[in-house]
Design a protein around this ligand. Sequence first.
Ligand SMILES: [Fe+2]
Ligand SMILES: [Fe+2]
Length: 133
Amino acid sequence: MTPAVVPGFRHDSLLIGFKPIDDLHREFQDILDALLDPAEADLGTHLLALHKHLLRHCAIEEEFMRQEAYPHLDRHRRAHERLLEWVADVRRRFDAGDVDGTRRFCDDLLGWFVVHAQTEDAELAAFLKGSPV
Ligand SMILES: [Fe+2]
Ligand SMILES: [Fe+2]
């Protein structure tokens, strides 16, 4: 199955105008590119890198929220928790031999991520830059 996501293509919609989070989002795309490379044999290694990245990515955003007493911390953190449970489940299924499911997950994840960046992360970025919520 051909992935809907083209490695190397950059979604401006992932960038939200707050550099520390934008840097995380660029890093996310680089890891996703590696996962999507059809010539890449080491899918498990990249899936592990993605999981580690997302754990750090979510923790950094949540630290910004705590430091600045962000009023929607709980809601945003719940979205992160669902994401991390999803990734953990995909890794379990990959370990059981589900390679096609992992490829499909990469496509679905980018869709999820665009929505999350444009809603939760964009709202957080606006708050961190001084906009009222
Ligand atoms: Fe993010
Ligand atoms: Fe987030």
